[in-house]
Design a protein around this ligand. Structure first.
Ligand SMILES: Cc1ncc(COP(=O)(O)O)c(C=O)c1O
Length: 407
């Protein structure tokens, strides 16, 4: 154990902006080619290579990555109102995305031990209108993908990973984001690879990637991996093939969105990726240090654990106040915040604790585990600007809290 920690400030998130991003941004501003172009394409290629997948399509947010991955299914026979199975507990963006893509969310409770969808309850939720399962790797802990993929195969469903919080996570030796038909990552500042705001969909399906590229730009007929017009301003041989002077950029093949990444964001993402391994290692060291020492808070507080078949993507330390505790979540969060430790709630049961979903008609009590976490869960940062001293400070602060508040 490290020495008793001095009072510290432990913010939730950070972003690394290495010098190379400033150089790239300067160059981009000089050329005035700031909308999606060659840097976005370079970023996509690097991201795809990192995961060992064929395609990556960059977008303006992780929410849009969820929405567009789902919207691809409309090109493959899905009808408006078809059903998507997802966990009841996630950041609300997952549920919002299902609705924005024109589908009906069908929620399944989570397993309190993993925070992820309870795989034993998925098959009961499958109906004739189910099109896909969307597991979320919450807090970077991989969802149990083998049973999920087996259920999908049995029923002819697609699987789309919500990997927003799971950069660097692995399941049975394979990177999260390469495990299913598509995966959606967030590149928001709180995440390991960041473009400030941003998102990216990964897939091995080249046809899915083409549809994604069309969807992100209004449903245009343009689907090239690298747009010659945007990246080099060279002649595009496909542009007027439609005849009658019709420009391919004004042929709209599907209902689209407007959600491209720009060059300045890609510049930050590219520089971030140059130091990705260091960021990942630092955050994993922080997370594992805290998780390994967490059992001292049993039976009052619980967290997740890394299992032999996986590597957790180090997003944050989730903390769940247990039934044995004689204090409230408010007591704990106020104490931590007063002591300089920023907290976030551990989300909510979307169908029963988020007002926007009330019209779907779910009732409180249908998702006991998700609802419990919605009332009793928090999470704390493990980012790369923190070290083991800060982790020790967090652990010691929690110990002091328990000494005072646990009767
Ligand atoms: C599980 C999950 N899905 C989706 C998103 C949406 O990402 P963004 O904030 O980039 O839109 C987030 C946000 O971090 C998330 O945690």
């Amino acid at each position: 154990m490290l020495a008793t920690a001095q009072r510290m400030v432990v913010p939730f998130g950070t972003i690394s902006i290495p010098e190379t991003s400033r150089e790239r941004i300067g160059e981009i501003l000089q050329t005035k080619r700031v909308s999606s172009g060659k840097y976005v394409r370079m970023f996509e290629q690097k991201f795809a290579d990192l995961l060992g997948v064929k395609e990556a399509v960059a977008l303006s947010s992780g929410t849009d990555a969820d929405i567009l991955a789902l919207a691809v299914l409309h090109d493959y026979g899905a009808r408006r109102g078809d059903e998507i199975i997802l966990p009841a507990l996630s950041f609300v963006a997952t549920g919002n995305a299902v609705l924005h893509a024109g589908f009906k969310p069908v929620f399944v409770d989570i397993d309190r031990r993993t925070l992820n969808i309870d795989v034993n309850q998925i098959e009961d939720a499958v109906t004739e209108r189910t099109r896909a399962i969307m597991p979320v790797h919450l807090m970077g802990k991989p969802a149990d993908m083998n049973p999920i993929l087996a259920i999908a195969r049995r029923h002819g469903l697609e699987v789309i990973e919500d990997a927003a919080e799971a950069h660097g996570a692995e399941y049975q030796g394979k990177p999260v984001g390469s495990l299913a038909d598509m995966a959606a990552f967030s590149l928001y500042v709180a995440h390991i690879i960041s473009t400030v705001e941003g998102g990216i969909v990964t897939t091995d399906r080249e046809d899915f990637a083409e549809v994604l590229r069309s969807l992100r730009s209004h449903g245009r007929a343009c689907k090239c991996r690298q747009c010659v017009l945007n990246s080099t301003q060279a002649h595009c041989p496909k542009r007027f093939l439609g005849g009658n002077g019709e420009d391919i950029r004004f042929v709209f093949e599907r209902i689209g969105y407007s959600t491209k990444m720009n060059e300045l964001e890609a510049a930050i993402g590219l520089s971030n990726m140059e130091i990705y391994r260091e960021i990942l290692e630092k955050r994993r060291q922080n997370l594992l240090y805290a998780l390994e020492r967490f059992s001292r808070f049993h039976p009052y507080l619980a967290t997740i654990q890394e299992e032999a078949h996986e590597k957790i993507g180090p997003h944050a330390i989730p903390i769940v106040i247990q039934e044995e505790a004689s204090f409230s979540r408010a007591d704990l969060t106020h104490y931590l915040e007063e002591n300089g430790i920023e907290t976030r709630t551990l989300f909510a049961s979307m169908p029963t604790q988020c007002a926007g979903f009330a019209y779907l008609g779910y009732r409180e009590g249908q998702f006991p585990n998700a609802e419990y976490l919605g009332k009793m869960g928090i999470h704390i940062g493990v980012h790369q600007d923190l070290g083991l001293e800060e982790m020790e400070f967090v652990l010691q602060t929690i110990s002091r809290f328990l000494e005072v508040h646990q009767r």
